[in-house]
Design a protein around this ligand. Structure first.
Ligand code: 7TS
Length: 392
């Protein structure tokens, strides 16, 4: 590996993440390459949560006492931070949920339940995460509408001709699509797809789970009607997430969708995560991830018997899914774990996609702002070691 010009000081970033300082096994440092599943947390996020519980823990939107006012102020400030981060038009459109899965279910159970009926079509894609399939399948079983799936082409992109044809030929009410694939890494042309959907009077839901942590996102430019993502994949806490709505069609936002005591510490922690990512700059994070993903794809493609899935680095998120001839993906993950390297193996809750790739499972390395080129080198060395062990 040669020296590189990095867009920000990665060593300083790494120093902010306590978990990265620990050893995975005795003498073996942790190399965390499972960021698409969940990300690690910097001390700034951990401290924000700690501070809330230690200094001003109280319920929000109810008490007239000082602690409740402080909690409400911090919780609502975090909402404004998120609004700015994704360029939502209004803070009222920013609804706290516990994550992407809850965000999609909320849309299915509110707008979907009220508006979808027999004879309607909902368009999904073959690359969706189960979170964006199951709620629609359950509702379709009850309401009798039809679900169509846009196929994935061999290069890992969506078949836009089929998408056009579905919109032209069927009574499409909703298009629900992931922005970035958690397996292929494909960055889908959301703004274009939303425009085509709107042209036929359909609404657009975007699963932004793998996009908001990694790319500069502008929800107004995308012009989706619903947009959702999870805090835990963007260095924020578990149990935090956001659904944004196009506010012009709803009354009494956001509170009508936020009944009961919310995840207060998690909301405040999400605000701290947004501050942290903003202080580095999402454009710089994307730049680093594009470079490290390109490097990983190059190095992985040198490994004999290895098959990579998805588009090239400049068209994809920070994900490298692969299979290795003669070794099951779960064995790869286990052997890598012994070397201190955390990756995920399986169908990554994208079974229709794996059916279409015609493989039961892939191994997946996924990168984030704190990963280094040296960690990619360690991954490659460990894969050669695994091959030797399996004699393949
Ligand atoms: N949508 C996408 C695109 C995802 O990648 C995930 C989680 C979800 C939705 C669900 O998010 P949650 O926060 O509600 O759980 N993806 C993965 C993954 O790829 N490996 O583990 C979880």
């Amino acid at each position: 590996m040669t020296d590189r010009t990095l867009p920000y000081n990665i060593e300083a970033v790494r120093a902010d993440f306590p978990i990265l300082q620990q050893e995975h096994h005795a003498g073996v440092p942790l190399i965390y390459l499972d960021n698409a599943a969940s990300s690690q947390k910097p001390r700034q996020v951990i401290d924000a949560i700690d501070d809330y519980y230690r200094r001003y823990n109280a319920n929000v939107h109810r008490g007239i006492h000082k602690l409740s006012e402080a909690a409400t102020a911090a919780y609502e400030e975090a909402r404004i931070k998120v609004k700015k981060f994704i360029n939502a038009a209004n803070k009222r459109e920013v609804i706290y949920v516990r994550g992407t899965t809850e965000g999609i279910n909320l849309v299915a159970q509110t707008w979907g339940r009220a508006n979808l009926k027999s004879g309607d079509t909902v368009v999904l894609t073959q690359m969706e995460h189960h979170s964006n399939i199951v709620p629609w399948q359950m509702l379709a079983a009850e309401k009798g509408f039809t679900i169509r799936y846009v196929p994935v082409l061999p290069d890992g992109t969506l078949d836009m001709d089929v998408y056009d044809a579905l919109l032209r030929d069927e009574p499409v009410k909703l298009v629900s699509v992931m922005y970035v694939s958690n397996v292929l890494g494909t960055v889908n042309p959301i703004a274009h797809m939303a425009k085509l959907a709107h042209d036929v009077g359909a609404l657009m839901l975007v699963d932004g789970a793998q996009a908001v942590p990694h790319l500069p996102v502008d929800v107004q430019a995308l012009d989706a009607d619903f947009f959702t993502f999870s805090g835990h994949k963007m260095i924020g806490p578990t149990g935090s997430g956001i659904l944004t709505l196009d506010g012009s069609t709803w009354n009494e936002l956001p509170y009508k969708f936020e009944a009961g005591t919310p995840s207060i510490a998690e909301g405040i922690g999400l605000g701290a995560a947004v501050d942290y990512l903003t202080s580095i700059g999402m454009d710089k994070i994307r730049m680093h991830e594009e470079a490290i993903t390109a490097y990983a794809l190059d190095r992985l493609s040198e490994v004999p018997g290895l098959t990579l899935y998805g588009p090239d680095a400049d068209q994809k998120g920070a994900v490298a899914a692969f299979s290795l001839k003669g070794i099951h993906a779960h064995d790869i993950a286990q052997l890598l774990d012994a070397e201190g390297i955390a990756v995920r193996a399986g169908h990554h809750c994208a079974m229709p996609l794996h059916d279409c790739l015609n493989i039961p499972a892939t191994a997946r390395a996924s990168f984030y702002l704190y990963n280094t080129f040296a960690e990619v080198d360690a991954l490659i060395d460990a894969l050669y070691k695994a091959k030797k062990k399996f004699s393949v």
